[in-house]
Design a binder for this molecule. Sequence first.
Ligand SMILES: Cc1cc2nc3c(=O)[nH]c(=O)nc-3n(C[C@H](O)[C@H](O)[C@H](O)COP(=O)(O)OP(=O)(O)OC[C@H]3O[C@@H](n4cnc5c(N)ncnc54)[C@H](O)[C@@H]3O)c2cc1C
Length: 322
Amino acid sequence: MYEITVIGGGPVGMFAAFYAGLRSADVLLIESLSELGGQPFNLYPAKVLYDIAGYPAINGTELTAKLIEQSAHFEPTIQTATTVTQIETVEGGYRLTSDQGDFLTKTVIIATGGGAFLPRKLAVDYDERMDGHQVNYFVRDLENYRDLDVAIAGGGDSAIDWALTLAPIAKSVHLIHRRNEFRALESSVATLNASTVVQHTPFLINAIQPEGPLVTLNLKEVRGDANVELTVDKLLVNYGFMSDNKQLKQWDLTLDRNLIAVDSQMQTSRAGIYAIGDAVNYPGKLQLIASGFGEAPTAVNDALSYLYPDRRAALHSSQLYH
Ligand SMILES: Cc1cc2nc3c(=O)[nH]c(=O)nc-3n(C[C@H](O)[C@H](O)[C@H](O)COP(=O)(O)OP(=O)(O)OC[C@H]3O[C@@H](n4cnc5c(N)ncnc54)[C@H](O)[C@@H]3O)c2cc1C
């Protein structure tokens, strides 16, 4: 029986597994995808993050590599390509049921983020054989965009981040958004307005047609009659992601806005089961990696106090590291 099992190998789950190792716990880390990394690795590997403490700038892939290196230090058991489906209370702990068999654990830390993620698709009918070619929902490699004409659909932080990231690499970048205002950080919008990115607002994509290796977009003005034809090499759709966390509903936990409700110790409504990162909600919760990193030690320390109420441990890593 493991002392702590972390469900979810995103940034927050990986850091929790490291921290549990630092506290000498016997740890299992379970991840449903075949690779550790969560959102930064899968959804925005090339995007640069500026709000990770200690790193002035680091992209999703680099952050994942650093977290894998750090979490491996105390050699937790890592089980990838395994999805936990049930958490059943048993004598002395929990039985986790998964598609790869059962695991026994004394405590659980849920770090499942928003669950399995899927991109929101274009709202128009189009030939989906263009997906991964002319039409893209993820950027795997910036080099695939070098010297190309690129259109980006969307008006949130992610769409603007991609527009600004691709502007110096692509031949041209067009940003298409249905409103005149962007839902993004003021500083990003100011940088966008000063950049070479061509803004098409308020426009919707009305139709898209393959044009050999290119794609032609028909843009229609929202509440207006203007139509624009735009032919580009690639369309990057950034309408956000839908996450599927229906599994949470079967785990008999109190939810808050479809996320796991936790107290200030990151304790859920079931004793010995903690939750951290994007999977949780509490007053003032921010869905940021920095916030999740802070929640991980709180959960691990409380889980160990729950298991061993008399054990006292040093708080600082220099006293624990070996
Ligand atoms: C486009 C974009 C840009 C962002 N930019 C920033 C930024 O600049 N700065 C910032 O701080 N944050 C940013 N974020 C948010 C940040 O990525 C999240 O806050 C962070 O990833 C949350 O980490 P997590 O470990 O809680 O969850 P996730 O990263 O979602 O990882 C959860 C993991 O759990 C796994 N999992 C889910 N269910 C199960 C199950 N049942 N069994 C086993 N495994 C399971 C998933 O496969 C996944 O790997 C951004 C997010 C997006 C989408």
